[in-house]
Write a protein that binds this ligand. Structure first.
Ligand code: SF4
Length: 378
């Protein structure tokens, strides 16, 4: 008989080999355990040997505290048998679908690929001539997809009046929940022409206020939500004192304007925040492979389609014939962003918390800073 030190399959390990540290995350109860030094070396050995390694009586003495920690917290221990125990440790292979898609010569085959479309954002910017017929065709083509949410961002209503009206009138029949955001300066002319945007339950309307630039009569509006864009404490206090009891509101930090101190005090993650993170096994596995914030989203701006708000490389142009399946195929196979994980960038790449931290956001992409945390030296 031999003795084997093993880890249970729900113990997920992240290593920082250069610092000689590792983190075990128990996906059953979201508890996290840090190890270093000789204990790190033993866990490395267990991991490299398929989640169990043969140990001697002297190992049992030397690693007593490690073994106790495994056993007391129910994620591993000692097993006695002649043969090495078979442990189905966590390996995921969500690339299987991608390999399948790459083998298909005609992108039109099957509808599986449409399951990857989850959200569509459409921008009406300060340039006119948006190809609204192509956008409507794209939404119609998404009929058999998993598209659950459409965002319409209206930076300029006056320049895109006709296109916005055609889209809103089409969306009333499309039965996909649509979130409309409009600048306060354009809100009144928009709502005078399209009162349905407030009364139809398919729509959720949010009015954006920034730069102290608004009249308080907006607080009397019904069936809207207000989003205050802030970049410092002064703006926060100013708006907070103007809010009436009846209005729904939220604050959004403008990352491009906020200074480092404001970000650090208000949004940076601390060690305690990370310790409090609860993740299912499914989401933990997803964090290793794809970006749960960005995956499945397409963004239409300036008559081109992108795989995220901050991408500058278009997947397709509305000037050409569009094929939704081909667009999704290109987003899956060519886009960096749907698969842009903390494992892809420094310093997160070498941090033990890389699979636990929330996925990279558009805000982090915008300011090109990915460690919005006070966690150092991990
Ligand atoms: S460095 Fe990156 S992965 Fe590590 S705690 Fe900070 S944000 Fe999370």
């Amino acid at each position: 008989m031999h003795k084997w030190l093993y880890l249970d399959p729900y113990a997920e390990i992240t290593f920082n080999h250069s610092r000689g540290k590792c983190l075990i995350f128990n996906v059953l109860d979201s508890k996290k355990y840090l190890f270093e030094g000789e204990e790190y070396k033993m866990i490395k050995r267990i991991s490299e040997n398929g989640y169990s390694t043969k140990i001697t009586n002297s190992d049992i003495k030397e690693y007593k505290s490690l073994i106790n920690r495994f056993e007391d917290n129910f994620f591993g221990g000692i097993y006695t048998s002649i043969d090495k125990p078979l442990i189905l440790y966590p390996i995921i292979n969500i690339q299987k679908n991608l390999r399948k898609f790459k083998k298909i010569s005609y992108r039109d085959q099957g509808t599986d690929i449409l399951e990857n479309l989850l959200e569509l954002s459409i921008h009406f910017k300060n340039n006119s001539c948006i190809k609204i017929d192509k956008i409507i065709q794209l939404i119609r083509d998404a009929e058999n997809s998993s598209l659950k949410k459409i965002n319409v961002f209206i930076d300029s209503y006056s320049l895109n009046k006709e296109a916005v009206e055609i889209l809103i009138s089409f969306l009333k029949t499309a039965k996909i929940k649509t979130y409309i955001e409009i600048n306060i300066k354009e809100y009144y002319s928009f709502i005078n022409n399209l009162p349905d945007a407030k009364s139809n339950e398919i729509f959720s309307l949010q009015v954006i206020i920034a730069d102290f630039d608004f009249s308080e009569k907006i607080m009397e509006e019904k069936n809207i939500r207000i989003k205050f864009k802030i970049s410092n404490e002064e703006e926060y206090n100013y708006y907070f004192n103007k809010i009436s009891n009846n209005i729904e509101y939220n604050f959004e930090i403008d990352y491009s304007k906020a200074d480092a101190n404001f970000l650090s005090e208000n949004i940076y993650l601390n060690e305690e925040d990370i310790q409090d993170i609860k993740l299912t096994k499914q989401n933990y596995d997803a964090n290793k492979m794809l970006n749960r914030n960005l995956f499945g989203k397409l963004v239409i701006k300036n008559n081109a389609i992108y795989s995220c708000e901050n991408s500058t490389k278009a997947i397709a142009s509305l000037d050409n014939e569009i094929n939704l399946k081909q667009i999704l195929f290109d987003a899956l196979c060519k886009s960096n962003y749907w698969f842009f994980t903390r494992n892809n960038i420094m310093p997160c790449k070498s941090c033990l918390y890389k699979n636990l931290c929330p996925p990279i956001t558009e805000n982090e992409l915008q300011i090109k800073k990915y460690n919005l945390c006070n966690v150092l030296a991990m």
